[in-house]
Design a protein around this ligand. Structure first.
Ligand SMILES: NC(=O)c1ccc[n+]([C@@H]2O[C@H](COP(=O)([O-])OP(=O)(O)OC[C@H]3O[C@@H](n4cnc5c(N)ncnc54)[C@H](OP(=O)(O)O)[C@@H]3O)[C@@H](O)[C@H]2O)c1
Length: 286
């Protein structure tokens, strides 16, 4: 067994939020973190002892190939302890109003991108007996209205992770899913900005059908995140999931996630519908 100082960890979406926090946490624990970013300025801001920024847009096949090559040609031949598939965007819109391009973009970033990164680094994980850590969400278990695309991609991530875990366990590679609840990051402000644009672009009929709903979702998301955990706390849990010797198949982040991810197993769909509607009601514009 090598010591942690001699191991690599790759994480996508490390410019802000949980990705940045996890990169700092793992570097502090002595790992060499390949931290995926998309902009020069983020690479400069992130660079630190134990953190090597790499350009990784998870929808860019060329960049994925370069990062996989960076791992297999590591000058010190360090093994890859884990890949943490963390990058993500949040698009909130009613199913009917979201363009097919936006539907596809949500899935390209939050699902297919992670499949592509995982496939590219699996040869290195087979060699190291390493680990895949997939960052899902409460939205991977419960789909609130206007979360069709986001939850769809996260449900896909959950299903793919179950299959992958069962494929790789006999081969000595572990697969772990992390399901955060509300965490204070850039995700909600960016998501709200997008949802405001959707509201602004609605026709009068669409406004009548969906305007108040999307406004309520924006208000609820803002509250949810305000009461969420700091990103550093989430980063510690993700770092544990990536490095603990015998990981669980799933970790939740936050008490909200621990409760919400269990509800679909405990309640009927109709009861869950009523509960969500009741929770959303106070957030509708007066
Ligand atoms: N915050 C929450 O409450 C919450 C709850 C449940 C699950 N999650 C999940 O947690 C993960 C991390 O999100 P976060 O909350 O830390 O949000 P965040 O601060 O917005 O971070 C998202 C990261 O993803 C990156 N990203 C976006 N598109 C990308 C692409 N095409 N290729 C590579 N990277 C890309 C962003 O990079 P740029 O800066 O370059 O855009 C950023 O580094 C996501 O998978 C999210 O779904 C978050």
């Amino acid at each position: 067994m090598t010591t942690s100082h001699e191991e690599l960890v790759l994480i996508s979406g490390a410019s802000t939020g949980m990705g940045a926090a996890t990169a700092r946490e793992l570097a502090g624990r002595g790992y060499h973190v390949l931290a995926g970013v998309r902009r020069d300025a983020d690479a400069v801001a992130l660079k630190a002892p134990g953190i090597e920024p790499v350009f990784l847009d998870v929808t860019d096949a060329g960049q994925i190939e370069d990062v996989a090559r960076r791992i297999t040609t590591d000058p010190r031949r360090r093994p890859l302890r884990a890949v943490i598939n963390n990058a993500g965007i949040a698009i909130n819109a009613p199913v009917e109003l979201l363009s097919m391009d936006e539907w596809r973009r949500q899935f390209e970033v939050n699902f297919f991108g992670h499949v592509a990164v995982t496939k590219a680094v699996l040869p290195a994980l087979h060699t190291s007996g390493g680990r895949v850590v997939n960052i899902s969400s409460v939205g991977g278990k419960v789909a609130m209205p206007t979360y069709g695309a986001y939850a769809g991609a996260k449900f896909a991530m959950e299903g793919m992770s179950d299959a992958l875990r069962r494929e790789l366990a006999p081969l000595g590679v572990q697969v772990v899913v992390v399901e955060p609840g509300g965490v204070q990051t850039e995700m909600t402000p960016h998501g709200i900005e997008r949802a405001e644009k959707t509201i602004a672009g609605m026709t009068p009929t669409e406004q009548t059908r969906y305007g108040a709903l999307l406004r309520a979702i924006i208000n609820q998301a803002a509250d949810f995140t305000k009461s969420g955990l700091p990103a550093d706390r989430a980063g510690r849990i993700i770092a544990d999931a990536a490095t603990t010797r015998s990981p669980r198949a799933r970790y939740t982040i936050g008490r909200d996630a621990a409760m919400l991810t269990r509800l679909p197993r405990l309640l009927s769909d109709r009861l869950l519908d009523r509960m969500m509607a009741a929770n959303l009601k106070p957030h509708f514009p007066k």
